[in-house]
Design a protein around this ligand. Structure first.
Ligand code: ZN
Ligand code: ZN
Ligand code: ZN
Ligand code: ZN
Length: 364
């Protein structure tokens, strides 16, 4: 009897079904009190589910992309499930490089945290004793980790990749429902830390909603770009706070991510220009600074006009559109234009704006 092989579409559907299955099982296991291993398997299965769903997204571009060594990709082996497939980081890199699909940095860190935790559970003897008081602490950590992980994954599957995962939106909804107990737990944490938050507010902090858990638990104390950690779910998120330019208002307002063309003050609706914000927090055009520090092209979001600048401390870089924190801004060796990334080699290869000498030679 020959083994039936699955088509590409069936293979994609199977990866998705397995992925959602692992995530659901993990959530159930987390609330099982009986077995000492339940928590351990919850960590392992949750991560496996996340990884499978990311691979499914990659596979949707082309099946060879999820085979670890694409050069050796063999369709029969793949369809029979015998091919060695990529790991999580490789999947993220291939999505970016080949499909130009960027998984946001916060999501990558959250998935990577789940991956590391899973590895600790798998590779080391890591018993969890239900009778130990420590177990509830461990469970708390896992709840927070899973809330953050699911939040980022849900945003990808349900919004950005909605068309690709269209047939699986019911599963997304089911998992949202299954996460209810996780959320009840977060609500209890939020209520518990109310006095602490209120104290911060009285000291002048601004409380913003956390995009991972939804509670107003991100404490913003200064103006300008900043990274904060949610007091409830511990998700890290970048914010941009600016003082409204209208003198009659003059209040601090948070400027939303990916909307730098349409910023307005949340209190009085005065529009806030990108240029004004760049001047306020970056070195560009600051007379007391000798180096040339123009705003560069962000290679994460590709927004034009350029949105990535070196902050006033002269060290950190920030993209005022997508709120990423690039390592550095360098100048293309061929066209001299600034961009976020490594200029080494661009004389030949060019940057996102030019084809370098290679392109020049080819045109001749
Ligand atoms: Zn949160
Ligand atoms: Zn205002
Ligand atoms: Zn950007
Ligand atoms: Zn260039």
């Amino acid at each position: 009897m020959t083994k039936a092989t699955l088509t590409n579409d069936q293979q994609f559907a199977r990866l998705c079904e397995n992925g959602f299955g692992f995530v659901s099982t993990a959530i159930e296991q987390l609330w099982q009190n009986g077995s000492p291993d339940a928590l351990k398997y919850s960590v392992i299965n949750f991560y496996s589910g996340i990884e499978l769903l990311l691979k499914a997204r990659l596979m949707h571009e082309h099946w060879t992309l999820i085979v670890a060594d694409s050069n050796k990709a063999d369709v029969e082996e793949f369809l029979n499930g015998e091919a060695q497939t990529v790991g999580f980081m490789q999947a993220v890199q291939r999505l970016k490089k080949v499909a130009r699909v960027t998984v946001p940095q916060n999501a990558v860190s959250s998935f990577d945290e789940l991956r590391k935790h899973r590895n600790r559970m798998v590779h080391f003897y890591h018993p969890i004793d239900v009778n130990e008081p420590d177990q509830s602490k461990q469970r708390e950590a896992v709840i927070l980790e899973q809330c953050r992980g699911w939040f980022y994954l849900r945003r990808l599957l349900g919004d950005e990749w909605n068309d690709i995962f269209e047939a699986f939106q019911n599963q997304v909804q089911d998992i949202n429902l299954a996460m209810k107990r996780h959320h009840e737990y977060l609500r209890a944490v939020y209520q518990q830390i109310q006095p602490e938050l209120e104290l911060e507010r009285q000291k002048g902090a601004f409380l913003a909603a956390c995009s991972a858990c939804g509670f107003d638990a991100q404490v913003l104390v200064t103006v300008g770009p900043q990274e904060q950690k949610c007091r409830v779910c511990l998700a890290e998120e970048s914010f941009l706070v600016h003082v409204c330019p209208d003198p009659d208002c003059g209040k601090s307002t948070t400027l939303p991510v990916e909307e730098c063309d349409a910023w307005v003050c949340e209190h009085c609706q005065t529009s806030i220009e990108l240029d004004e914000v760049l001047v306020a927090y970056t070195l560009e055009g600051k007379a007391d600074h000798d180096d040339y520090n123009p705003v560069g092209l962000c290679t994460e979001c590709h927004h034009t006009p350029e949105t990535a600048g070196t902050l006033d401390d002269g060290e950190r870089c920030f993209c005022f559109n997508c709120f990423c924190w690039p390592e550095r801004i360098e100048f293309c060796e061929w066209c001299n234009e600034p961009f976020t990334g490594e200029a080494n080699g661009t004389f030949w290869s060019g940057c996102e704006r030019c084809d370098g000498q290679a392109g020049w030679t080819r045109d001749d």
